[in-house]
Design a protein. Structure first.
Length: 202
């Protein structure tokens, strides 16, 4: 399903393998031009660990694949019950700097969660009582972004225990379900996209 919200298109892509999404994001970014509308993709991935550009190679013994990505950041986990938002935006056209964009993505999650949510200096993402609920990693090529953020909604958090989430040993993770939200990942992902679109197209 494709929704047209002002200038930014929101696509609900459903369950998609990580490499398929990565290939599609790269292709979209490579072929877009100055007139191409920005898009936000909402996705859920089968279980997978992804390594950012700064992450060292790692072996995990639980059978979940580990894939190299081209986003910023370190290692994270994606799985069912997590709302993944990919922001394919022409930041240069909008006059948005990279750090400003990171804060914008974080702010969308903070507004979704409410007063309990917070940033953590030097560690992009959103936290509640020190536990990470949303991870963030982007790539910008010629002023155009792809990748985005992953919001833990109602998922099996056990695979995070096999890694140092985002490169931080002992970092606790949490999810929306444990914070009192009972909506599905699809619903909360859609709401998150709506907040972002409202900010972008105001």
């Amino acid at each position: 399903m494709t929704l047209l919200l002002e200038r930014t298109r929101v696509k609900e892509c459903g369950h998609v393998p990580y490499l398929e999404s990565l290939t599609a994001m790269r292709a979209f970014t490579a072929k877009r031009n100055d007139a191409t509308p920005d898009e936000i993709w909402l996705v859920e991935h089968p279980p997978v660990y992804t390594l950012g550009q700064g992450a060292a190679e790692i072996h995990v013994a639980n059978g979940i694949p580990v894939l190299r990505s081209d986003r910023g950041g370190d290692i994270t986990y994606h799985g069912p019950g997590q709302a993944v938002l990919y922001a394919l935006l022409d930041l240069a056209r909008r006059g948005i700097k990279v750090r400003e964009f990171v804060r914008l993505l974080e702010q969308c999650v903070i507004e979704l969660l409410g007063a309990r949510a917070a940033r953590r200096p030097g560690a992009p993402g959103v936290y509640v009582d020190g536990a990470k609920v949303a991870a963030l990693g982007i790539r910008v090529v010629k002023g155009r972004s792809y990748h985005g953020l992953a919001l833990n909604v109602d998922m099996d958090l056990a695979p995070f225990a096999a890694i140092d989430p985002c490169g931080y040993p002992g970092l606790r993770v949490t999810q929306m379900k444990d914070l009192g939200f009972d909506e599905s990942s699809a619903v909360l992902g859609r709401r998150l996209a709506e907040i972002l679109v409202a900010k972008l197209d105001a």
